[in-house]
Design a protein around this ligand. Structure first.
Ligand code: GDP
Ligand code: IMO
Ligand code: MG
Length: 431
């Protein structure tokens, strides 16, 4: 019966990959439900470092079936490259499945992502997308002009559909942006090749999930991005184009919310953001730089420096409530070792007023100034700690205050990037 959702509680890169890998030791299925290769999920095991963009982080567990759901947008080249990389490292991909309903990121999506960003940048409003074609692919899905995995397998029908869609795309590419039209022949040939390469992975995934639930197996729903990047609930328009929240998990896999037994919100002990958009607690000073260097806060997908700031409890409480988080998981506590005081944003000042609710409207949030509470830092290292007893009292105090502020218990604390560097306060799987 149970599904367990692992959801990013901030602006992405919270450490979801590490958490999913750790928890998938006790799971049968791990399923991605949103985003595409804009995601970068890092896992470190004895076999070294793995960076997953599309493949669920459960793939390193030989017992786990890994699913890419209908809510994901897949760049076939990126997927096949990841598969090849895993095979080279002797990781089996036999249990890897892509839903036949999953949308394909086409070459014209990547092109349009760049052109749209260029146009936005000219008005000073670039989103700072990853450039992977994510927005244009989801636009086509909603416009009912998308190409799905199943379409790649029906070569004759594909040609007809692609001719129609490309005519529309080329009108925009040539007339609006003044660029060269995309070739139908080349695009079609690429799709046919992709279809042949992807065929062994494409299948309806609903029966696999239903069978898992019927057999009482554990299913992990692996979120990409974070709640504050959600297309509806994030800091619009500085968001991604999918739904990284728990609601997106049900829609993005075709499962009933009745199956979701626990919702784990993953939070960093501080805050980061890549790309444009408001970040009230941003540190444009030596502490921000210190955190960036110590934690190597550079994007897993694009290599861009991540903007760093203090923990924002207003934003975290908001994302906990949007998702109905049942367990908070705090990662990268060790990064704060030796910093004193540690600050937590507990409210905002907006137009002379103190506000406690998170304004998702980007211009309102941009005008917010953080109100901080200072807590004493800790000298003794938390790095690699595996029990609460091993933490210095100031670090325990910090965790307690974060819990109080976000209104949810912290059931796991990650104290390093390695698989076993974690404190399990309370089991995340409750059955
Ligand atoms: P994701 O997108 O949420 O999976 O996160 P990323 O993989 O993009 O970024 C998280 C980074 O933090 C990765 O480099 C992880 O190896 C690393 N990491 C995860 N947990 C911890 C932790 O507790 N401490 C430290 N120092 N690093 C961590
Ligand atoms: P994971 O799963 C952090 C950000 C981009 C940009 C915005 C829109 O690793 O946490 P997009 O290419 O999606 O249209 O870009 O969203 N973004 C992420 N930031 N982690 C991610 O994924 C992200 N995926 C997208 O930087 O600001
Ligand atoms: Mg990431």
């Amino acid at each position: 019966m149970p599904a367990y959702a692992i959801i990013g509680g901030q602006w992405g890169d919270e450490g979801k990959g590490k958490v999913v890998d750790l928890l998938s030791a006790d799971a049968h299925v791990v399923a991605r439900f949103n985003g595409g290769n804009n995601a970068g999920h890092t896992v470190i095991t004895d076999a070294g470092e793995f960076k997953f963009h599309l493949i669920p982080a459960g793939i390193l567990r030989p017992e786990c079936t890994c699913i890419i759901g209908n809510g994901v947008v897949v760049n076939p080249d990126s997927f096949l490259e990841e598969v090849a990389g895993l095979r080279e490292r002797n990781v089996s991909v036999d249990r890897l499945v892509i839903s036949d309903k999953t949308q394909v990121i086409m070459p014209y999506h990547t092109l349009l992502d760049a052109l749209e960003e260029e146009a936005r940048a000219a008005t000073g409003k670039a989103i700072g997308t990853t450039g992977m074609g994510i927005g244009p692919a989801y636009m086509d899905k909603a416009a009912r002009s998308g190409i799905r995995m199943a379409d790649l397998l029906d070569e004759e029908a594909l040609l007809k559909r692609l001719s129609f869609v490309l005519e529309q795309k080329n009108a925009v590419i040539t007339r609006l942006y003044g660029k060269e039209a995309v070739s139908l022949e080349e695009t079609y040939e690429r799709c046919v090749e992709w279809g042949r390469g992807l065929k062994p992975f494409i299948r309806p995934v609903e029966p696999i999930l239903q069978q898992a639930f019927a057999a009482g197996q554990r299913v992990i729903l692996e979120g990409a991005q974070g709640t504050l990047l959600d297309v509806d609930h994030g800091t619009y328009p500085y968001v991604t184009s999918s739904s990284p929240t728990v609601g997106g998990a049900c829609a993005g896999l075709g499962i009933s919310p009745r199956h979701v037994q626990a919702i784990a919100g993953v939070y960093k002990a501080y805050t980061t953001r890549v790309g444009g958009g408001p970040l009230p607690t941003e540190l444009n000073d030596e502490i921000g730089e210190f955190i960036r260097q110590r934690a190597w806060e550079y994007g897993t997908t694009t290599g861009r420096p991540r903007r760093c700031g203090w923990f924002d409890a207003v934003a975290a409480r908001y994302s906990a409530s949007i998702n109905g988080v049942t367990s908070a998981i705090l990662t990268r506590l060790d990064v704060l070792d030796g910093i004193s005081p540690v600050r937590i944003c507990v409210a905002y000042k907006l137009g002379g007023e103190t506000i406690h609710d998170f304004p998702t409207d980007a211009s309102r949030l941009e005008a917010c100034e953080p109100i901080y509470e200072d807590l004493p830092g800790w000298e003794k290292a938390t790095a690699s700690a595996r029990s609460m007893d091993a933490l210095p009292p100031e670090a325990v105090n910090y965790l307690k205050r974060v819990e109080e502020l976000i209104g949810c218990s912290i059931d796991m604390v990650s104290t390093g990037p390695g698989r076993d560097e974690a404190i399990i306060v309370k089991p995340i799987f409750q059955s």
